[in-house]
Design a protein around this ligand. Structure first.
Ligand SMILES: NC(=O)c1ccc[n+]([C@@H]2O[C@H](COP(=O)([O-])OP(=O)(O)OC[C@H]3O[C@@H](n4cnc5c(N)ncnc54)[C@H](O)[C@@H]3O)[C@@H](O)[C@H]2O)c1
Length: 323
C-alpha cells in the first residue's frame, strides 16, 4: 500500500510500539492520529513522538468519544492496552476495562465511523501460558497465566468476532518480547530488557531473575514492518499470527551478550525469581511464526546482537528523557 495521504489511527500511539509505528507511517506520508491516555506505568512518553508530524489526541479509550477519531480512517492500528502483568493481578477490573470493555467501545465506534477500515490488533503470546511444546504455533492451547492474559485474549476475540460477523478486515498479531528505541527503560515494567538497558547505561549491575528461561526477541523496526505488512496484505485479513524474532536465547545468554556489547563496565547479578512473579511466569517461550512469514514474506531483519547495540546507542544520548 502506498501510505501517502492515507488517514490512519494508532491507539496507544505515544507508547513504545505505537510511537515507532507512528514515526514509520508519518515518514511514508500517512496522515496519522495517535490516541493515548498516558496511563500510569505504561510506555507512553511525550518524547516518543518528538519529530513525528502526528496529531496526538490525549484521551482515554475507556471514555473518550471514539467516533470522531475513527471518522475516515482507512487503517486502525490498535495498540492501546494495560500491559502490566502484576498490575492486572492487582486490579483485574481496571485491566479488563481497557483490554476488553474499551475494545468493544472501539469496535462499536469504528462500525459507525470507519466501517471499511482495516484493523491490525496488537495481541500477545502471553495467553498461551506455559508452553506445552516449543516452538509455539497459533494452534497451541490458550491458558492465560494471569488476569492480563485473560483480558488480552478477550480483546483479541472481540476483534476476530467483528471479522466473522461483520466482515471487517482484522488481523491480530501475537507479539513476543519486543525491544529497541522508545522502550520504557525506567523500570522493569516493560520487559526485563528495559531495566537492563537503563542499568548498563548508568554503570550499575542489572539483575537476571532465574536465567534458564528462553525468549525470542523482536527488534521494534521488525515489529513495525509486521504491522504495516499485516494491514496491506489481504491474505492476512481474518487471521491470527504469531510474530517471533531472533533465535531463542536463555536470559543468561542474553545477559552475557549484553555485557559483551556494552563493554567491561557492564555486569549483572543473578537472583531468584520473586515469588509473586514466578507464580505468573510462562517459563520458556519462542514462537513459530511460519504462518506470518509465508503469508507476507516478512522475516526479522535485525539480529539480536545488532538490535541490542542499536538500542543502547539510541538511548545513550536520550537517557534523561526516559528516566
Ligand atoms: N512490547 C512488547 O513486548 C509486547 C508484547 C506483546 C504484546 N504487546 C502489545 O502491544 C501493544 C503495545 O505495547 P507497548 O509495548 O507499546 O506498550 P506501551 O505501554 O508502551 O503502549 C501502550 C499504550 O497504550 C496507552 N493506553 C493504555 N491504556 C489506555 C487507555 N485507556 N486509553 C488510551 N491509551 C491507553 C498507554 O498510555 C501506552 O502508551 C499492547 O497492546 C501490548 O499488549 C507488546
Amino acid at each position: 500500500m502506498d501510505w501517502q495521504g492515507r488517514k490512519v489511527l494508532v491507539t496507544g500511539g505515544a507508547g513504545f510500539l505505537g510511537a515507532n509505528l507512528c514515526h514509520a507511517l508519518a515518514a511514508r506520508g500517512a496522515r496519522v492520529s495517535a490516541l493515548d491516555g498516558f496511563l500510569f506505568g505504561g510506555g507512553a512518553n511525550p518524547a516518543n513522538l518528538e519529530g513525528a508530524p502526528v496529531e496526538l489526541v490525549r484521551g482515554d479509550i475507556r471514555d473518550i468519544d471514539l467516533r470522531p477519531l475513527c471518522e475516515g480512517a482507512e487503517v486502525i492500528f490498535n495498540l492501546a492496552a494495560q500491559t502490566s502483568h502484576m498490575g492486572g493481578q492487582r486490579d483485574p477490573l481496571a485491566d479488563i476495562a481497557v483490554n476488553a470493555v474499551a475494545q468493544v467501545r472501539l469496535i462499536q465506534a469504528a462500525r459507525e465511523a470507519a466501517p471499511e477500515a482495516v484493523v491490525v490488533h496488537a495481541s500477545t503470546r502471553q495467553f498461551y501460558g506455559r508452553a506445552h511444546r516449543l516452538p509455539v504455533d497459533e494452534n497451541h492451547p490458550v491458558a492465560p497465566p494471569d488476569a492480563n492474559g485473560v483480558s488480552k485474549f478477550a480483546g483479541e476475540q472481540y476483534w476476530m468476532l467483528e471479522h466473522r460477523v461483520q466482515g471487517r478486515p482484522v488481523v491480530s498479531l501475537r507479539l513476543t518480547n519486543c525491544y529497541g528505541p522508545r522502550l520504557r527503560i525506567r523500570d522493569a515494567r516493560q520487559t526485563f530488557l528495559g531495566i537492563w538497558i537503563r542499568c548498563v547505561l548508568e554503570n550499575r549491575p542489572f539483575e537476571v531473575w532465574g536465567g534458564a528461561q528462553t525468549r525470542d526477541m523482536t527488534y521494534v523496526d521488525d515489529v513495525t514492518e509486521a504491522f504495516l505488512l499485516a494491514a496491506t496484505q489481504p491474505e492476512c485479513y481474518g487471521r491470527i499470527f504469531n510474530i517471533g524474532g531472533s533465535p531463542p536465547a536463555s536470559l543468561h545468554e542474553l545477559a552475557e551478550m549484553m555485557v559483551r556489547i556494552a563493554g567491561p563496565e557492564a555486569r549483572y547479578v543473578t537472583r531468584e525469581f520473586p515469588a509473586d512473579r514466578a507464580r505468573i511466569d510462562i517459563g520458556s517461550y519462542y514462537a513459530d511464526d511460519t504462518a506470518f512469514r509465508s503469508a507476507t514474506g516478512w522475516r526479522p531483519a535485525v539480529e539480536l546482537e545488532d538490535g541490542i547495540r542499536r538500542a543502547l546507542d539510541w538511548f545513550r544520548p536520550r537517557l534523561e528523557a526516559y528516566l
